[in-house]
Design a protein around this ligand. Structure first.
Ligand code: ADP
Ligand code: ASP
Ligand code: MG
Length: 406
């Protein structure tokens, strides 16, 4: 008998019919003899609805209270799914993150899971119940409710699977697997039968939201057998693998995009030791994460320009800090731009193939898309472009690397 953790995302539990359909799937899985822990998201749109409600009563809702509010979305779906299961004759019990004791740190809104107490879940399973767990939430050491960041139910599921040593973790969504690019943007995108955990990490960190990045980190760390599937249709989905298959190594596995970042530039800073530190130190002191950093070669007058990107949520704050820094350093100018997007190509085959970067830059140039910044890792190349070109860039690269379905 297998122990399986299944996760159903927002669209999959979007209304009572969908919840009944998920319950039918679970009844069928139980019929095959599997023990099941089911993690669910809030109904689609609910987390957004609750977030805007909070902003209607407060310009700056306290992070602790926001988490109390947002966690209710998942509490609704666990209760409804449990009711549906019981109505179908399948014994089920629902638990919030606090009840399970999914312990996290205290960083409200993007808490990290530090430990999961599996005792209660195991004993309820042993009593023959299907256990339904609220995704996206946990509890800190002071008993405060925390949430794990958008898309966090994926992480709850993979972390539960790791804690329980589950035989498989299945992430059910509205797509039937991981595609070579977002099928909403590239209609010709293809489902991948398998993808390495490293590639999935790079895709998730570059905007492929089918799996939250932390869920992939957990999967990699604990080697959780993980599959992405559709809750709407049967199919093999996409398996996350932990070893590269030597048979087929496509150069590029996928293209990712997002427009969550903004770019800041400080011009005319003295080009001397410690300047990058003086510019980026105050940014990091303000707990703002910086992604790409670029410093040009020194100009003849001994000054330099430094450009970096931050999350759009931190843009205004970073801009204010940079203005102060500019005054202190006697810089000539500070400019900001939040109309940017990042597009990345990812593939383990990059390690053994030359010419990927030039192909990428050449095909973007042929479409008249200007590249503003470039960054690379061993298996990823990402570029910053003007946001209006984002989708065109994704489709262009998808075609250029031969990823379109035949
Ligand atoms: P859920 O609500 O089930 O968690 P999400 O909306 O978080 O689902 O993630 C699924 C969505 O991710 C898909 O509808 C799809 O538009 C998007 N997506 C982006 N890139 C990809 C990709 N490469 N493969 C599959 N889906 C992708
Ligand atoms: N409900 C949360 C969100 O919308 C968590 C999740 O769906 O994974 O981000
Ligand atoms: Mg999601």
């Amino acid at each position: 008998m297998a122990l399986v953790v299944e996760k159903y995302g927002g669209t999959s539990v979007g209304d009572a019919n969908r919840i009944n359909a998920v319950a039918d799937r679970i009844v069928a899985a139980r019929g095959r003899g599997d023990d099941l822990v089911v993690v669910v998201s809030a109904m689609s749109g609910e987390t957004n609805r609750l977030t805007s409600l909070a902003h209607e009563v407060s310009d700056h809702p306290p992070a602790r209270e926001l988490d109390v509010l947002l966690s209710t979305g998942e509490q609704v779906t666990i209760a409804l799914l449990s009711m549906a299961l019981n109505a179908k004759g399948c014994k089920a019990r629902s638990y919030t993150g606090t009840q399970v004791r999914i312990r996290t740190d205290s960083v409200h809104g993007k808490a990290r899971i530090v430990d999961i107490d599996d005792a209660r879940v195991r004993s309820v399973l042993a009593d023959g119940y299907t256990v339904v767990v609220a995704g996206f939430q946990g509890v800190d050491e002071h008993q405060n409710i925390t949430t794990l960041g958008r898309g966090g139910s994926d992480t709850t599921a993979v972390a539960m699977a790791a804690a329980l040593g589950a035989d498989e973790c299945r992430i059910f969504s509205d797509v039937d697997g991981v595609y070579t690019a977002d099928p909403r943007v590239v209609p010709d995108a293809r489902r991948l039968d398998r993808i390495t955990v490293e590639e999935m990490l790079e895709l998730a960190s570059s905007g492929t939201k089918v799996l939250q990045i932390r869920s992939v980190e957990f999967a990699g760390k604990y080697r959780v057998p993980l599959r992405v599937l559709s809750s709407f249709e049967e199919g093999p989905g996409t398996l996350i693998t932990y070893e590269e298959s030597s048979m087929e190594k496509p150069m590029i596995s996928g293209i990712a995009y997002h427009s969550d970042e903004a770019k800041l530039t400080i011009r005319g800073v003295p080009d001397e030791p410690g300047v990058a530190y003086q510019i980026l130190g105050p940014i990091s002191d303000a707990h703002i994460n910086v992604d790409i950093i670029l410093q040009n070669v020194s100009a003849e007058d001994g000054t330099a320009n430094v450009t970096f990107t931050v999350h759009k949520n931190d843009y205004q704050k970073a801009l204010a800090i940079l203005h102060e820094t500019a005054e202190r350093l006697g810089a000539t100018e500070v400019v900001g731009d939040d109309k940017i997007a990042k597009v990345a190509v990812v593939g383990v085959g990059m390690r053994s193939h030359a010419g990927i970067a030039s192909k990428m830059f050449g095909s973007l140039a042929a479409e008249g898309i200007n590249i503003q910044m470039i960054s690379t890792s061993e298996i990823k190349i990402s570029v910053v472009v003007e946001d209006k070109y984002m989708e065109l860039a994704v489709r262009t690269l998808h075609k250029a690397f031969g990823l379109d379905s035949a």
